[in-house]
Design a protein around this ligand. Structure first.
Ligand SMILES: C[S@@+](CC[C@H](N)C(=O)[O-])C[C@H]1O[C@@H](n2cnc3c(N)ncnc32)[C@H](O)[C@@H]1O
Length: 267
């Protein structure tokens, strides 16, 4: 079992509270140090066990949901090769299944993705099943880009391309971000589906924020925007700011990393 940062913080907090309780307890009740120690230790052990159990249950639930989404994709996609792994940095099966369902239902003609990989392949197949549409994916990392290009070729997808967009200093709303350099790229005119799964957060605080301010004018009137890792604090802050920028309805898809689907609200 892997602890999340929040779990470790919570356990630290718990330990701090119990240590403080022990300290105060022995001050108020100096003759009963051993009894206080036993009570505090028992409390600590019990709460830790309960917390670990809750963590394990949550992980099991995440795994069950991921397996269901992955199995559904295997049934729905007319795969010519196995799918790339959907673990770690790659799109989660929940994100991939959400994208598949949006593409099949909304039939976008033009898809722009920030951060290429397994998701590019799934969207490529879904567009192929629709009989129309094209996905352009941007990647700042040339090694990762070559990998995705090779996978696209292996799957024989002719409606998917990956463009190299190195990160550059980009000015947005009075600040500077390390974000994709769009200057030499021929971006699609009217984007029906925008998938925001990059750049990685290691590139700077609120790394994905510029996507909407910089691409809003390229979105079609009924565009859908999908943000991955939406449960992270930084992405939640980004969603709040995006919502201020334009009227969006936000649908949250349950997944270990969180997926948010934004649709324009027409007044
Ligand atoms: C979250 S990933 C994008 C995942 C992609 N949508 C997929 O389905 O696989 C965002 C970016 O991180 C970079 N990246 C992916 N895997 C990486 C790794 N193992 N180490 C460092 N960077 C990675 C790539 O440049 C990618 O565009």
């Amino acid at each position: 079992m892997r602890f999340k940062h929040a779990d470790t913080r919570l356990l630290g907090l718990l330990l701090g509270v119990l240590a403080a309780t022990f300290f105060v307890g022995t001050l108020l009740w100096p003759t009963a140090r051993t009894e206080v120690l036993v009570v505090v230790s028992t409390l600590f052990v019990v709460t830790t066990i309960l917390h670990v159990r809750r963590s394990i249950d949550a992980r099991l639930e995440d795994n069950r949901r991921s397996s269901q989404a992955y199995n559904a994709l295997l049934k729905l996609l007319p795969l010519r090769r196995p799918l790339p792994p959907m673990t770690g940095w790659a799109a989660s099966p929940e994100l991939a299944a959400t994208l598949f369902s949006i593409v099949r239902t909304e039939q976008p003609q033009t898809v722009l993705e920030l951060g290429s990989g397994a998701s590019t392949i799934v969207v490529g197949y879904a567009l192929e099943m629709n009989g129309a549409g094209h996905i352009t994916s941007l990647d700042h990392d040339s090694a990762y880009l070559s990998n995705t290009v090779g996978t696209i070729r292996g799957h024989g997808l002719t409606n998917a391309e990956v463009l190299h967009a190195p990160l550059a200093d980009v000015a947005v709303d009075g600040g500077t971000w390390r974000w994709y350099d769009l200057r030499r790229l021929n971006l699609p005119e009217s984007i029906d589906l925008l998938i925001v799964d990059g750049p990685p957060r290691e590139t700077g605080p609120r790394a994905r924020y510029p996507a909407l301010p910089l691409l809003l004018d390229h979105l079609s009137a009924d565009a859908t925007v999908v943000l991955d890792d939406a449960d992270r604090g930084e992405e939640s802050a980004i969603l709040t700011e995006w919502q201020r920028m334009a009227g969006w309805s936000i649908e949250r898809v349950a997944s270990a990393k969180g997926v948010a689907v934004l649709r324009r609200v027409h007044k």
